[in-house]
Design a protein around this ligand. Structure first.
Ligand code: SF4
Ligand code: ZN
Ligand code: ZN
Length: 321
């Protein structure tokens, strides 16, 4: 049996929890947590993520990233700004109930109030309904695409209606590098320009969006959860598709390079923000109000209302068959 020898914490000398390349040595749980919190704080300050933000809504899914995000933000800024968590009950069998438990426990631990929006109650359908309709070829959008639209819409609507200045989500460094590289390769400039730490509101009914974990990796949030014994959902979503070939190949190569050149991911994303995106000069979308719900939309009817209409029609046809 192989026994892993842990060194002592470089800062306080107590038993090490994990090796941290930036310190060229081990840190204990407490100093590891402080190291990650300091990284987030630097990012928040450098990119002005909380500029003008007095009330912040945090989207919490019960996964490791959003649970870490809530813990870190409440630790760093809980006394200075109002922070509230929002969980969206997507109606995914087993997974949604377990996620809600984890999110509620995480909020209690962080000392933050949490609210729940149930999509079945509010809008009459669940992601399970959408997944079944997709399997039966009655709608063309796969569950994750439906889910993404639903989550973005609800987070924004809730924030605007309840007077929050910004919405924070748990996208991490690996999400940023993977999405950005795929967007560059496929020429999706419209999506590439959204890979930024802060997207300012451009419409009175659109909340500013911030991503404070943008320089914290997957591995780092996984360890942060362990170091702080945070509650996270154990099961995975049954609708999660296998990763797309291009995306997983690119992510694998980026990981390989990071292994050879530590700091590569942060360098890639930092150069994208400071040197590449400012050169693109892409005009931001012109938004008006959706004719059905009044929320911001690029067309007459917003993507959420179009989606809802398609799903509702397909469900009612099913009932009459
Ligand atoms: Fe939604 Fe897809 Fe994530 Fe499941 S895997 S929660 S359907 S985005
Ligand atoms: Zn220590
Ligand atoms: Zn609408």
């Amino acid at each position: 049996m192989q026994v892993q020898i842990m060194g002592k914490c470089k800062i306080c000398g107590s038993p090490g929890f994990t090796y941290v390349p930036e310190y060229k040595g081990y840190l204990c749980k407490e100093h590891y947590s402080r190291f990650i919190q300091a990284k987030v704080d630097r990012c928040v300050k450098r990119h002005g993520l909380l500029r003008g933000v007095k009330r912040l809504l945090v989207g919490v899914s019960g996964g490791k990233d959003s649970v870490s995000l809530l813990h870190i933000l409440s630790h760093l800024y809980g006394g200075r700004i109002e922070i509230k968590a929002l969980f969206i009950n997507l109606g995914i069998p087993v997974y949604s109930a377990e996620s809600m438990q984890a999110a509620a426990k995480a909020a209690t631990l962080a000392g933050v109030d949490i609210d729940v929006v149930d999509i079945k109650e509010e809008y009459g359908f669940t992601i399970r309904d959408a997944a079944e309709l997709f399997l039966e070829r009655k709608i063309s959008r796969p569950p994750c695409s439906v889910c993404g639209t639903v989550k973005r819409y609800i987070l924004n609507k809730y924030a605007v209606e309840k007077g929050f200045d910004a919405v924070a989500t748990g996208h991490n460094l690996d999400d940023f590098t993977r999405f950005s590289a795929v967007n560059i390769v496929t020429g999706m400039v419209k999506d590439l320009v959204k890979q930024v730490p802060r997207e300012d509101s451009i419409h009175p009914k659109m909340a500013t969006r911030i991503k404070p974990l943008c320089l914290v990796s997957n591995e780092e949030t996984r360890k942060y959860v362990l170091a702080n014994d945070l509650p996270v959902v154990e099961s995975s979503c049954p609708y999660k598709p296998p990763p797309r070939k291009l995306s997983s190949l690119i992510a694998g190569k980026i990981d390989e390079i990071e292994g050879e050149i530590p700091g590569f991911k942060a360098m890639f994303i930092g150069n994208l923000w400071s040197k590449i995106l400012p050169m693109l000069n892409t005009p931001r979308e012109q938004l008006r109000e959706c004719e059905l719900c009044g929320m911001p939309s690029s067309g007459k009817v917003c993507s959420f209302c179009r989606l809802r209409e398609t799903i509702t029609k397909a469900m009612s046809k099913e009932r009459f068959l």
